[in-house]
Write a protein that binds this ligand. Structure first.
Ligand code: PGA
Length: 236
């Protein structure tokens, strides 16, 4: 399974390195074989020789150039980073990235062979508008995306569940994941208020191939427990 941590705008470089070390020690001590991804803040990116895959939360679709405030491929290459998160709801809804911009970014990093974690998910008003409208909205986030890309991972994250402590019911997660699996056979993660207390039951659902965790992942020991849950389920 794939267990991913989105550290967002948290942890300095020193703190991130300590965090990664703690997780790597745990993985080694327990011989865990799950795929573990960590997305640190941009200025916390660093060289990484652990088994953890470190990815960027964002980068511009460029090698370098005049794009104030952005980073490009050269900055990722400096640390041998080949993984990127695209389409996270905070970038779509707070930072205003459009589907068109995301597609451009997706294609740029796809052509470079990056592992891409591409996020989709509906805001509350779409969920409340009923299943059809909700699924139409989520489908529109697949527009222009190569759903067959071999290094693609999709994360379903309902916007209203991110950082709120609210989650869909387990039945809802399974139901939506089953529908989304028809759009792409890429591994499908669930994200949105995954905690150490609900991670196991979410991971156990059919068509859930892993989790993308924000706030709860900031506690290294909680994140480690989630990796261990995945291992237990895998060995059943
Ligand atoms: P959360 O965030 O776990 O804090 O809800 C998840 C995410 O934004 O990826």
């Amino acid at each position: 399974m794939i267990i991913a941590a989105n550290l967002k705008t948290n942890l300095t470089r020193v703190e991130t390195n300590k965090y990664l070390e703690e997780i790597e020690d745990f993985i080694k001590s327990k011989n865990l074989t799950q795929e573990v991804l960590v997305f640190p803040a941009m200025s916390s990116l660093d060289s990484n020789e652990s088994s953890i895959i470190v990815g960027a939360q964002n980068a511009y679709a460029t090698k370098d150039g005049a794009f104030t405030g952005e980073i490009g491929l050269v900055h990722l290459e400096e640390f041998a980073i080949k993984t990127i998160l695209i389409g996270h709801s905070e970038r779509r809804h707070i930072l205003g990235e459009t589907q068109e911009e995301l597609v451009k970014k997706f294609n740029y990093y796809k052509n470079l062979g990056f592992k891409i974690v591409y996020c989709v998910g509906e805001p509350l008003e779409k969920r409340e508008a009923g299943k059809i409208e909700m699924m139409e909205y989520i489908s529109s986030q697949y527009e222009g995306i190569d759903t067959e890309y071999e290094n693609l991972i999709i994360a379903y994250e309902p916007v209203w569940a991110i950082g709120t402590g609210l989650t869909p019911t387990l039945e809802d997660i399974q139901d939506i994941h089953t529908e989304l699996k028809m759009k792409s056979t890429a591994p499908l993660l669930y994200g949105g208020s995954v905690k150490v207390t609900n991670a196991k039951e979410v991971l156990a659902l059919q068509n859930v191939d892993g989790i993308l965790v924000g706030s709860a992942a900031l506690y290294a020991e909680h994140f480690c427990s989630m990796i261990e849950f995945a291992q237990e389920l895998d060995s059943k």
